[in-house]
Design a protein around this ligand. Structure first.
Ligand code: KIV
Ligand code: ZN
Length: 516
């Protein structure tokens, strides 16, 4: 069996999915879950991209143990120095430098000749290698780069000190047989190729990211770059859960294994979905709700007689819990803690205590507490508390068919309470928006507003997910309550707190940069 290195880029490429940005607490929570899942490398971010990215990479490097922690940098001194500054606390730091190599990128984006590209790549790798031993180099858009030139850049990067060479299909253009041939070409034509690990990084624009990554591994790659739930730029990246289960289920064919604890796949998928707001489609392979649901009578009959008639993997092997365990008023902190862990979250003692208090309050309002309720409480804890500048203190709302909706709202800003009454809008939710906007001073454009019940029954909590635009950027907000207006107010404040955080970070640390 060949041991394949799983390089997770949920926190870097995954976070580049529109609207998927995570705050520091959420990133730490995901990084911890990735370590427990058993990934080999966590790409924690692009430190020069923004102060928030820098901070997240630094915190993860300083606190998360187990996997190597990697930071992305373009091939220039400022990027590489910033990446090292963020990574230096890691026990196993990796700097990932990249530079586009395809003719389209050279000509239109970089305006550089082939010679200049090779020189810049070599300088980048050499500088990074002064800081640490583990250096990855990516010729961006490698899948569309001329064969001879790709071989030349790769050879030069290895000579300069790259220990991993990653072949990105940046725009999701490749097809499996072509990817196979490209990797074989590098193995056969680059004389020093045995001095590095070959890696693959595929995007899913044609729905081929997993297939292309599998082809690359068959051809000889020893590392796969992937993300939880396949999130990432545009159509996303190769889905970690899919490629890992392909290796495991078809070990007879691939003769490959990974260090992933597959029972953590579903809990980690749920966590990432919750903190990014990107829902997993029901029929998504491995982690979708329907992935193991057999509907047809013929299939059900076959399953009852012998599972393997229609099941190639067991749901429990990827972490689907057998039951939606019900907790209630009399459940203790230990039972709640166990359930939270099984659902994929790792809380500090202080966070658990806080969630437990909220759990008790909720248990007074509704009899049965389901997994969905627990996830909602935990998510509020990790995405909110530590950085919530604006807090909801109290509200009253009245609305009807023949009068304008009225909201009396009390908010606290850094502990200072302010009350205002607003009589405006089309209904109580709209009035709540107006009230929050007028009190916080942030005028936002609402791009998406969704309400769903977190669990079953009439007493279920309502979960409001919204996406708003402010200053050209998209922000998410989530709020949960047994009262939908309260859930809306909480979601709105969650989004506004994210805006305020970014505003402050940018104001105190200069500008943020675009990813090349
Ligand atoms: O898709 C891509 O080319 C990338 C590189 C930075 C590896 O994400
Ligand atoms: Zn990418």
């Amino acid at each position: 069996m060949r041991r394949i290195t799983i390089f997770d880029t949920t926190l870097r490429d995954g976070e580049q999915s529109p609207g998927a940005s995570m705050n520091l607490n959420e990133k730490l929570e995901v990084a911890q879950a990735l370590a427990e899942l058993g990934v080999d490398v966590i790409e924690a971010g692009f430190p020069i991209a923004s102060p928030g990215d820098f901070e997240a990479v630094r915190e993860i490097a300083n606190t998360v143990r187990g996997p190597a922690v990697c930071g992305l940098a373009r091939c220039n001194p400022a990027d590489i120095e910033r990446a090292w500054e963020a990574l230096k606390g890691a026990t196993r730091p990796r700097i990932h430098v990249f530079l586009a190599t395809s003719a389209i990128h050279r000509e239109f984006k970089l305006r550089m000749t082939q010679e200049e590209i090779v020189a810049r790549a070599v300088q980048g790798v050499q500088l990074a290698a002064k800081y640490c031993d583990d250096i990855e180099f990516s010729p961006e858009d490698a899948a569309r780069t001329e064969h001879d030139f790709l071989c030349r850049v790769v050879e030069a990067a290895i000579d300069a000190g790259a220990t991993t060479i990653n072949i990105p299909d940046t725009v999701g253009y490749a097809v499996p047989s072509e990817m196979y041939q490209r990797i074989q070409l590098l193995i056969n034509r680059v004389p020093n190729i045995d001095r590095c690990t070959l890696s693959v990084h595929c995007h899913d624009d044609l729905g081929l990211a997993v297939a292309n990554s599998l082809a690359a591994v068959e051809a000889g790659c020893g590392q796969v770059e992937c993300t939880i739930n396949g999130i990432g730029e545009r159509a996303g990246n190769c889905a970690l859960e899919e490629i890992v289960m392909a290796f495991r289920t078809r070990a007879d064919y691939y003769q490959c294994e990974t260090g992933i604890s597959t029972r953590r796949l579903v809990p980690t998928s749920r966590l990432v979905s919750k903190v990014t707001g990107l829902e997993v489609q029901r029929n998504k392979a491995i982690v979708g709700r329907n992935a193991f649901a057999h509907e047809s009578g013929i299939h059900q009959d076959g399953m009852l007689k012998e599972r393997s008639t229609y099941e190639i993997m067991r749901p429990e092997d990827v972490g689907f819990a057998k039951t939606d365990l019900v907790l209630g008023k009399h459940s203790g902190r230990a039972a709640l803690g166990d359930r939270i862990r099984a659902l994929g979250f790792t809380l500090t003692a202080e966070q658990l205590q806080h969630v437990f208090e909220k759990f008790k309050e909720l248990a007074d309002k509704k009899k049965a507490i389901y997994d969905g309720d627990v996830v909602a409480l935990v998510q509020q804890e990790i995405s909110g508390r530590a950085d919530e500048a604006w807090q909801l203190v109290h509200y009253e709302v009245s609305s009807g068919t023949d009068h304008l909706p009225k909201v009396k709202l009390t908010l606290a800003h850094h502990g200072q309470a302010v009350t205002r009454e607003v009589e405006q809008g089309d209904g109580p939710i709209d009035a709540a928006f107006w009230a929050v906007e007028s009190m916080t001073g942030y005028r936002v454009v609402c791009k998406d507003f969704r309400v769903r019940s977190a669990t079953l029954g009439r007493d279920a909590q309502g979960e409001v997910q919204l996406e708003v635009e402010y200053d050209g950027q998209t922000y998410r907000g989530v709020g949960v309550s047994t009262d939908t207006v309260e859930a809306t107010l909480l979601a709105m404040l969650n989004a506004i707190n994210r805006i305020e955080q970014v505003q402050h970070a940018t104001a105190s640390d200069g500008t943020s940069q675009d990813i090349a």
